[in-house]
Design a protein around this ligand. Structure first.
Ligand code: 13P
Length: 247
């Protein structure tokens, strides 16, 4: 199973549902539609509305983040996984580099993961090195730390997806060199196997994925799908990524 996940970030109002309608129409008719899942993570403000509209449709709705405390707390502006689950989300991203930059550390992320899984959300756990770490050839060390400090074998691996998103590639148009990416994804998969055993969680790639470069990623069968930012805000761009992947 492959995954095409669209992360809208700070984008969208109720009428943006038109984008999802078009994607869902394509997805429902696509002859390859059984080979992949489409998940869209709109902002919190749209989760309930979109979850209702697509309740019995193929597209799945997720959140972009969740707060680390369970259920309710007195943290102004915070939204827990319990609250997200109750408005219909099936997934949540955790550990996106945007949120790491805002203070999400390994300890907080571990609490987020636990709380999301406890509330029956599937998680997309994001990891990735920054430009300097890459330059210093620290990528694998960073990824190992990001994974091993947060994930452990007691967690339900069937509800975990990993997204490798090198920070220097997010929104920049720069993508990793295919050989290097193959090595990195291979390393992540090996590491996940040592934690979770044989059937380890899927590993997605994210960072400047578009309809033009998806054919490069498609050569690498180890990549289980994509976490797509900018291009997920246009139905055409998002659909073209899927079309070109299966071309
Ligand atoms: P872009 O596809 O815009 O580079 O964003 C990637 C991302 O951060 C998805 O979570």
């Amino acid at each position: 199973m492959k995954y095409f996940i669209g992360n809208w970030k700070m984008f969208g109002v109720p009428k943006s549902v038109n984008i999802l309608n078009k994607i869902n129409y394509f997805y429902t008719k696509d002859k390859n539609g059984k080979k992949y899942k489409v998940i869209i993570t709109p902002p919190y403000t749209l989760i309930e509305n979109f979850s209702k509209i697509f309740k019995n449709k193929k597209i799945l709705i997720g959140a972009q983040n969740c707060f680390q405390k369970d259920r309710y707390s007195s943290d102004t502006g915070a939204v827990s996984s319990y609250m997200i689950k109750n408005v219909g989300a099936k997934y949540t991203l955790i550990g996106h580099s945007d949120n790491r930059a805002e203070g999400d550390n390994d300890k907080i992320l571990k609490e987020k993961v636990k709380s999301a899984l406890k509330n029956n959300l599937k998680i997309v756990f994001c990891i990735g090195e920054n430009k300097l770490e890459k330059k210093k050839k620290k990528t694998l060390i960073i990824l190992k730390k990001q994974i091993s400090k947060v994930l452990d074998k007691k967690l339900d691996k069937n509800n975990i997806i990993i997204a490798y998103e090198p920070i220097w590639s997010i929104g920049t148009g720069e993508i990793p060199n295919p050989r290097e990416l193959q090595r990195t994804i291979g390393y992540i998969k090996k590491l996940l196997k040592t934690i979770f055993g044989k059937k380890a969680p899927p590993v997605l790639y994210g960072g400047s994925v578009d309809a033009n470069n998806v054919y490069i990623f498609k050569q690498n069968k180890e990549i289980d799908g994509f976490l797509i930012g900018g291009a997920s805000k246009s139905s055409k761009k998002f659909i073209d990524i899927i079309k070109n992947y299966y071309r």
